[in-house]
Design a protein around this ligand. Structure first.
Ligand SMILES: Cc1ncc(COP(=O)(O)O)c(C=O)c1O
Length: 387
């Protein structure tokens, strides 16, 4: 058999951090104690009430396919959640349960992006986005962002960078890797700008819930003609359950339903039942406690990195990442990350994983470990940069 990988795969880059992770595992097998600050998932377990609900449904045989759009009861719960949190009324018919935000993004783009069309996104950003676009034979068009716009796109940047192939704009707020948030005024202006230009607006709100000291605004507060991507992965602590949701404009409901039927059939049934238990008062109270822990970690890490001479020009206000400029110590952040792991046993993600915008000047720290562990990591980091 002759292997012929499709040309589409040519631009699919690997995660550079995986190289570090492999090495970290080897070092751990040799008995080294590695502190993992590269991992983009909460270290807290899925709350036990959610796990119990899944087990109950597996044991009672609720494991058959659901409707492609998901359990109506869960779609209704999500609709209530939007009313409670954002004061918007969203018909459950517009809400689709998906295999994570990843599945939501695939459905959103699958029904709306034509081949050769472009999707505008910020650089740096979450690396998989561009590959979803590529899979659909579209093209990601990157706009370099910096502290001036809190590492977010703005209405002005959207206008300046629009061309006749641009189909739409994707924003992620809070952002991965910077943890920064778009202001509600700028979000409203950006949505309006995209609408004026005749394009589509996609809002990745996966880190909503993990916002410290302020409130993130949903794109749905400003328009019902937007695609909103969200997930149970981060705030709800359910990464491996592979469950998220997509909210679409009315006119896309039918197309999304057909695509979901064909590509997923349905989202894992036990995960959907588990997610039903995620909205109880007790569970939300537990998630809020975890949020305060993340906030304390953010404060600790932020002050320590500044003390060590890292530049953090826009204070991260959400998610669990700090994107720190390490150019006082290196002009090659990938090498910096590899040497830091090798010499001091601290794993971080190099800027290279998030784009080509001064990527050699940045590394991403994930505060998905305890303050005690971060304290050790900071001591090791200090030794590393002062040697
Ligand atoms: C910004 C962003 N969007 C989407 C995803 C995908 O998340 P999910 O696990 O829900 O598929 C991630 C995962 O890290 C992310 O950081």
């Amino acid at each position: 058999m002759k292997t012929e990988i499709s040309g589409r795969m040519d631009g699919f880059s690997p995660f550079y951090v995986m190289e570090l992770l492999r090495r970290a595992k080897q070092l751990e097998a040799q008995g080294r104690k590695i502190i993992h600050m590269e991992i983009g998932e909460p270290d807290f377990p899925t709350p036990s009430a959610v796990v119990d609900e899944a087990v109950k449904h597996i044991q009672t045989g609720h494991v058959k396919y659901t409707a492609a759009a998901g359990l109506m009861e869960l779609r209704e719960k999500i609709s209530d959640y939007y009313f409670k949190n954002y004061k918007v009324v969203i018909s459950p018919k517009r809400i689709f349960i998906t295999p994570g935000a990843s599945g939501a993004f695939l459905l959103a783009l699958g029904v709306s992006l034509n081949s050769s069309e472009e999707l505008m996104m910020a650089d740096p950003c979450y690396p998989c986005n561009q590959n979803f676009v590529r899979l659909l034979d579209g093209k990601a068009s990157f706009v370099n962002v910096d502290a001036k716009t809190d590492y977010q796109l703005s209405a002005q940047l959207i206008k300046q960078n629009w061309n006749d192939k641009t189909r739409g704009v994707l924003i992620a707020s809070p952002s991965n890797p910077t943890g920064t948030i778009i202001s509600s005024a700028e979000l409203a202006r950006s949505i309006q700008q995209v609408s004026k230009l005749g394009g589509l607006f996609y809002s990745d709100e996966i880190y909503h819930g993990l916002v410290y000291g302020k409130k993130a605004h949903s794109a749905l507060e400003f328009s019902d003609q937007v695609f909103v991507i969200n997930s149970f992965s981060k705030y709800f602590g359910m990464t491996g359950w592979r469950i998220g949701w997509l909210i679409v404009p009315d006119s896309y409901i039918d197309a999304v339903e057909r695509l979901a039927q064909n590509v997923f059939i349905s989202t894992a049934t036990h995960s959907q039942y588990a997610a039903l238990a995620a909205f109880t008062e007790e569970n939300i109270a537990e998630l809020e406690r975890r949020k305060f822990e993340f906030e304390a970690r953010r404060d600790f890490l932020y002050s320590q990195l500044i003390r060590l001479g890292f530049d953090i020009t826009a204070k991260p206000e959400g998610a669990f990442y700090i994107y720190a400029n390490c150019s006082r110590s290196t002009d090659n952040s990938f090498k910096f990350a590899k040497d830091l792991l090798e010499q001091q046993g601290v794993a971080v993600t190099p800027g290279k994983d998030f784009g080509n915008n001064k990527e050699n000047c940045y590394i991403r720290f994930a505060y998905t470990v305890s303050i005690a562990k971060m304290n050790t990591a900071i001591r090791r980091l200090e030794k590393f940069i002062c040697q």
